[in-house]
Design a protein around this ligand. Structure first.
Ligand code: CA
Length: 363
């Protein structure tokens, strides 16, 4: 098919049909049109939030350059256009074409969405990427978002987070009882089983609540973001590892009608820019966390401690129970849990001989 005739001969409405015809007639030709698209993306992050929001800015600039401005996407931080946690609905309804956030924010609508962010004692960043790109995870994710007219893609990862800041020392599982802790998602459900009172607070409320003693503990992200929030001035003990969020994946959501209107080359540009951002954000976290950890340890003399073995063992057991309980309440959750557990079990066996075994040689 001659591309110019293809482009000139079709109005916007005919593009999808023309695209399919073009793909059929010559599989080596990527369908291109000169049509320009002006899209909007809303994030769930505060304006200029490092790594997350900045990563989205870079993603849209790259797409504009790679597409020679055929796809221009304007970025709005949480609250600038619509409230942060309404982005799922806004993209679903087509008010905006794209959103960036974390799938577990939508657990109230889709409990199984939590698997596509993080599961306590589950996959780390490397495991999540393996599951998403090669292990069937992305297909399951697309399936559960399909009824909402959304197409999801992985776009960013924090790596293993920290366990959190505590105002008192934790020597055993009994020390967790009665603590008020900011911890969202499945991690919060597990902590509740250990006698913790989990509370939900946005990033902006954490420091003051902890500093005033309204909460006894909080998790946030890792050394880089935690140092930036000044949490070392509000609590004495910094625990690791982040068993509750071992490799949280961030998500790009795209309105499926808008997605289907993009020609194939622009779809490929978006997919590859999202994959590049997925890698870039993880790399940036890794580099910035190690510098911030040094500052917390050497400059601020923070007590950085591992959770005691019995605390980890108990939380692991409680995680199994919490996941099973969620599966009993929701059939889709049960379906994804089955697939996730099968992949994670194989991943753990391989990791024991590779990443985990190698990590032991470093200490
Ligand atoms: Ca966190």
């Amino acid at each position: 098919m001659k591309r110019r005739q293809f482009v000139q001969g079709l109005g916007a409405a005919g593009i999808a049909t023309g695209l399919a015809a073009c793909q059929r007639s010559d599989e080596n030709t990527v369908a291109v049109s000169n049509r320009r698209f002006n899209w909007k993306i809303v994030t769930t992050w505060p304006p200029n939030f490092p790594i997350f929001h900045e990563g989205v800015e870079r993603f849209t600039k790259d797409i504009a350059k790679m597409s020679n401005n055929r796809l221009r996407i304007t970025v709005f931080a949480g609250g600038e256009l619509i409230p942060a946690l309404q982005s799922f609905d806004a993209v679903s309804q087509g008010t905006v074409e794209m959103g960036h956030g974390a799938a577990y924010y939508w657990s109230g609508k889709v409990p199984a969405a939590q698997f596509f962010t993080a599961v306590p004692f589950g996959l780390n960043a490397q495991g999540m990427n393996a599951w998403m790109y090669y292990g069937g995870g992305r297909e399951l994710w697309q399936e559960i978002y399909q009824p909402f007219n959304l197409t999801p893609l992985p776009m960013g990862n924090t790596g293993v987070q920290m366990g959190g800041w505590f105002r008192k020392k934790i020597d055993s599982i009994a020390d967790l009882k009665g603590l008020k802790m900011r911890i969202p998602g499945l991690g919060g459900k597990v902590m509740a089983k250990a006698g913790v009172n989990p509370v939900l607070l946005s990033g902006g409320e954490i420091y003051t609540s902890l500093e005033r003693g309204n909460i006894d503990a909080t998790e946030w992200v890792g050394p880089y973001h935690d140092l930036r929030l000044g949490l070392h001035r509000a609590a004495e003990y910094y625990y690791y590892p982040g068993w509750h969020e071992p490799g949280p994946t961030l998500e790009l959501i795209i309105n499926s009608d808008a997605w289907q209107q993009l020609p194939e080359d622009l779809q490929l540009i978006v997919e590859n820019a999202a994959a590049a951002s997925n890698l870039w954000m993880l790399a940036e976290f890794e580099a910035k966390n190690l510098a911030a950890l040094k500052t917390l340890r050497e400059e601020h003399k923070v007590n950085i401690l591992p959770f005691p073995d019995d605390v980890i063992a108990t939380l692991k057991q409680l995680t199994k129970e919490a996941l099973n309980e969620e599966a009993e309440k929701d059939a889709t959750f049960a379906k994804v849990l089955k697939a996730y557990r099968a992949f994670a079990a194989d991943n753990a066996q391989w990791s024991a001989l590779s990443e985990a075994a190698y990590a032991k040689t470093l200490s």
